[in-house]
Write a new protein. Structure first.
Length: 403
């Protein structure tokens, strides 16, 4: 099973550039342009409670069937159906509940956002924040959302990360029921986060009936971050089209980074330079051999604690890859953030139309024609021929290719 070429790729968990004071007109178009280069066909707006970002977003998009369409060259075509050069956004945000769980919230339309925010304003300072802290727990959030509009979708975010992931070491819920009680059945999907993949999540029987989605959690509007993880969907023209795929688990698959690349894969202490596999942490009672304090326990550790069966049987196809600058960095030994890495990324984008189409679909011999070493490394990625010094305690994994 593979992801069909007809799929669109959705990244519904991103953040705006507006948590601080920055805000410029024209940024919605810029963001849509970046998404196009990445190969995404649908973006979450992120940070919708932030008033500044919301004002810009609403002035630069048009709402149609619950999706926000970024203007084409001629400006928003008010009242008329979206055209081919317009780009769709889903109204979205991430919130932090008082139990420290992060959740992505998808909102059906602007009117609904207004009603929801009038309720959330009573439990948190929401207008200036990108990811507001709410003085109530996960169940209360879900109850408030469903009480506002049943089409609002709450998706627990990066569920295994040690800080703020609901199953992670810090928050430590052992199931959806523990967090959402009688409303757990209204949670249809969970987000894997970078340090886990669908197979790892399928080791949890309690996630059996759920859709496993992947998004980037990009904190900047940059090509390096947007869409590094994404969910493949059938093309949509409406908000209902998005959530029905999530609710019925009819998504077409996901794009993942290698879980070891994620910042919280193994256990460890960043400052002590200590990284340990779960079995080794257990031998020291989960204490750091350098400073004797409790280790930051990673995703692998929590999955092993909670898993209910050994082998994961994934239900949806997924592709494991890496952003092109990371591949360039490992293949050529230049920094991922350097101008050279970006130049090579641009070459692949212009050759194949987008980064994801180069990574996922381009024939290997054509990849090699753009850049032989990087082309070979992309092919190695597809075959999983990658060795990674795994990430831990907010240190990203380091990638090496094995041919
Ligand atoms: Zn988060
Ligand atoms: Zn986030
Ligand atoms: Zn330590």
């Amino acid at each position: 099973m593979t992801i069909p070429k007809s799929a669109i790729f959705a990244d519904l968990h991103i953040h705006s550039n507006y948590c601080g004071n920055l805000s410029k007109k024209g940024d919605v178009l810029k963001l849509a342009g970046l998404a196009g280069k990445k190969g995404l066909g649908l973006l979450g707006t992120g940070d919708l409670t932030n008033r500044r970002w919301r004002e810009i977003l609403y002035s630069e998009t048009c709402e149609s069937d619950g999706l926000q369409w970024a203007e084409g060259r001629s400006g928003p075509a008010r009242g008329s159906p979206p055209t081919a050069d317009e780009f769709p956004f889903v109204l979205s945000m991430e919130v932090c509940c008082s139990d420290k769980s992060h959740h992505v919230v998808l909102i059906p339309d602007r009117d609904c956002a207004k009603t929801l925010f009038s309720k959330l304003a009573k439990v948190g300072k929401i207008e200036k924040m990108g990811r507001p802290f709410l003085h109530f727990g996960s169940r209360a959030l879900l109850e408030t959302c469903l009480g506002t509009d049943k089409k609002i979708e709450v998706i627990p975010a990066h569920v295994w990360t040690p800080h703020f992931g609901m199953f992670g070491e810090g928050v430590h819920y052992g199931s959806l029921e523990e967090a959402f009680g009688d409303l757990a059945g209204r949670i249809h999907a969970v987000e894997t986060g970078l340090s886990s993949d669908p197979e790892m999540n399928r080791r949890m029987a309690f996630l059996n009936a759920r859709t496993i989605v992947s998004f980037s959690d990009a904190h900047s509007h940059s090509l390096a971050r947007l869409g590094r993880e994404a969910t493949a969907m059938k093309k949509v023209k409406s908000y209902s089209g998005v959530i029905s795929q999530i609710r019925k688990n009819s998504i077409l698959g996901t794009v993942e980074v290698f879980p070891a690349f994620g910042k919280y894969h193994l256990d460890g202490h960043r400052n002590c330079g200590v990284s340990l596999a779960p079995a080794d942490s257990l031998k020291t009672g989960n204490l750091c051999p350098e400073c004797s304090k409790r280790l930051t326990l990673g995703v692998e550790h929590r999955i092993e604690e909670l898993q209910s069966r050994a082998a994961g049987r994934t239900k949806k196809p997924y592709v494991t890859t890496l952003p092109i600058p990371e591949i360039v960095s490992a293949a050529l030994g230049v920094g991922a953030g350097t101008a050279k890495a970006e130049r090579i990324q641009e070459k692949f984008i212009s050759a194949f139309g987008s980064e994801l189409s180069a990574l996922l679909f381009a024939p290997e011999e054509e990849l090699a024609r753009v850049d032989p070493a990087v082309g070979r490394a992309i092919a190695a990625c597809r075959r999983g021929k990658v060795a990674i010094d795994a990430g831990y305690d907010s240190v990203y994994g380091k990638v090496k290719f094995v041919s």
